[in-house]
Design a protein around this ligand. Structure first.
Ligand code: PEP
Length: 253
């Protein structure tokens, strides 16, 4: 049985004061979260602060991005080893905003996954189709390309550090959510791709859904057999909503 994971992607939002308030309110209910895993992805500059606030709480702190390079003359970049050094345990790679706004193609995504895994960070690999691709019946082709690029390049041991997040681009930050059936269909397809590589890995690998998950739709989505939790953007900035989504994951477990 896979444990559900609820991960909050704060994107370029938050501050030290925000973390302080969020953690206080969150920790008032944290005792209830022993059945699921929870992770938060603040902006890089706030990782240290978040790691201190959430130390020993069971909440994993991750980064939203990592350099594909080890060290050296890469102005403005942050390496995987640096993230590890500040008690960061995980990283998002391949988020559609990084792919679309920062030109990260499948090669860059793979290099970043490798860089993270090489130092022992867990990876949430984000994949998803645009609206045009869905309307052109290209969902499976796009998802397959994005996933196989990484699957085919890594060993089973390396892949054990990877969680996949299916995030249809048309559902991110738009208020439009994939129906639970649409999500399940793509999640089952993804699990099938992983099974082609290794059956045992596919039954263990967590596949999260992301795209306008809110308190009122989370439980139904998380109840689908191949949905192992969610990657939450906007709603992770509202602690009451985030807590409610975590509760939905507990109910759906
Ligand atoms: C995201 O950015 O990963 C995301 C899922 O955003 P939202 O929940 O706001 O759609």
């Amino acid at each position: 049985m896979r444990r559900k994971l609820v991960a909050g992607n704060w994107k370029m939002n938050g501050s030290k004061a925000f973390i302080n308030d969020f953690q206080k309110e969150f920790s008032a209910t944290v005792g209830e979260f022993s059945q699921v895993d929870v992770a938060l992805f603040p902006p890089s500059l706030l990782i240290c602060d978040a790691a201190k606030h959430f130390a020993s709480s069971g909440v994993v702190i991750g980064a939203q991005n990592v350099s594909q390079f080890e060290n050296g003359a890469y102005t403005g970049e942050i390496s995987a080893a640096m993230l590890l050094d500040v008690a960061c345990d995980a990283v998002l790679v391949g988020h559609s905003e990084r792919r679309a706004l920062f030109g990260e193609d499948d090669c860059v995504v793979l290099s970043k996954v490798r860089a993270a895994i090489d130092v022992g960070l867990a990876v949430i690999l984000c994949v998803g189709e645009t609206l045009l691709e869905r309307e052109s019946a290209l969902v499976e082709e796009v998802i397959s390309r994005q996933i196989k690029f990484v699957l085919n390049a890594l060993t089973l041991d390396e892949l054990s550090k990877v969680t996949i997040a299916y995030e249809p681009v048309w559902a991110i930050g738009t208020g439009e959510t994939a129906t639970p059936e649409q999500a399940q269909q793509v999640h089952a397809f993804i699990r099938g791709l992983v099974a082609e590589k290794d059956q045992a890995l596919s039954s263990k690998m967590r596949i999260l859904y992301g795209g306008s998950v809110k308190p009122d739709n989370a439980e139904e989505i998380f109840s689908k057999p191949d949905v192992d939790g969610g990657l939450i953007g906007g709603a992770s900035l509202l602690v009451a909503d985030f807590v409610s989504i975590v509760r939905s994951a507990i109910k759906a477990s």
